[in-house]
Design a protein around this ligand. Structure first.
Ligand code: ATP
Length: 278
């Protein structure tokens, strides 16, 4: 079986504290977008994995591999899987590419092996694989709290165009959080975002966007602010870094405006994508 594993953007990311196990506690609004990896899973005797990008690991370090292992451990099934990933989501971009692949593998294995795990158990297994995996199982527009595993569906984002720009550099999630611990963030209160989504007001959503990790990453990498400026100059209603970066996105009134703007954003080493909310 094959499925699309969609990337996410953070429309909002507030780091509200640190948990006893060292993880950060979040209040985040995540949005799936029409940029995806293609994940193919076939039943087999052992777990094997191939990825069409040489820089992505294909062993136990890969989140898709971890997900398959966790699935068989949780279901008690003595099985395996032949997993093939066509990678389209940029890596180390703050777009949950690895988590999306893991969620796709969990969903597909559960179907292939006859639904041994109910949705609740599947979500628990997802959380054990990674903080963003429970969101990727569900997708859409969600409030994500705790480490990211406590999900509340939100009114969906209005139809719009999105341009995503991934600069040549990547940021590791660990580095981003370490910088936040040192420098702090500047995320506004969440009320504005929640009421903007409820009112289906795209301009208000853009005004209410905030990301606690952006300020510190932009201090180290000035290209983040440059891309934001370029997106706004090209007509974006709002622009922000997603997650721990390095990708920056702009929200446009429709896909056509986004497609026109994407041409201006191209540059050496940059990857530029046009997408819509899922
Ligand atoms: P997040 O938004 O969840 O913080 P990210 O988009 O910043 O994630 P990923 O692209 O998921 O980061 O990958 C980060 C690291 O994980 C990379 O170093 C990559 O080698 C490794 N990795 C493991 N499994 C995968 C996978 N299936 N796809 C991409 N990267 C993977």
């Amino acid at each position: 079986m094959e499925c699309r594993a969609c990337a996410k953007l953070n429309l909002y990311l507030d780091i509200t504290g640190t948990l006893p196990d060292g993880y950060h506690q979040l209040r985040s609004v995540m949005q799936s977008i029409t940029l995806w990896d293609v994940v193919d899973v076939e039943a087999a005797d052992v777990i094997t994995l191939s990825v069409d990008k040489p820089y992505v690991p294909t062993d136990e370090r890969n989140t898709a591999y971890k997900a398959a292992k966790a699935f068989f451990a949780a279901s008690g099934i003595d099985g395996g899987a032949d997993i093939k990933i066509k990678k389209r989501i940029p890596v180390g971009a703050g777009m949950a590419g690895g988590s999306a692949d893991a969620a796709a593998v969990l969903n597909l294995l559960n179907i292939i092996y006859g639904l041994p795990l109910n949705q609740e158990r599947l979500a628990e297994v997802a959380a054990s694989v990674g903080a963003d995996v429970p969101f990727c199982l569900e997708g859409g527009t969600m409030l994500c709290e705790g480490k990211g595993e406590i999900l509340t569906p939100l009114p969906r984002l209005r139809r719009c165009g999105i341009v995503v720009v991934k600069p040549a550099f990547s940021v590791s999630t660990r580095t981003a959080y370490a910088m936040f611990d040192e420098l702090g963030g500047d995320c506004p209160p969440i009320d504005g975002m929640l009421s903007a989504l409820k009112n289906r007001d795209l301009h208000a959503v853009c005004q209410a966007m905030g990301n606690d990790l952006e300020k510190c990453i932009a201090l180290k990498y000035p290209e983040i602010d440059l891309i934001k400026r370029q997106l706004l100059d090209a007509g974006a209603i709002g622009a922000m870094m997603t997650g721990s970066g390095s990708a920056v996105f702009g929200i446009f009134k429709d896909r056509e405006s986004a497609a026109r703007a994407s041409g201006v954003l191209r540059g050496p080493g940059r990857l530029v994508y046009t997408a819509e909310p899922v």
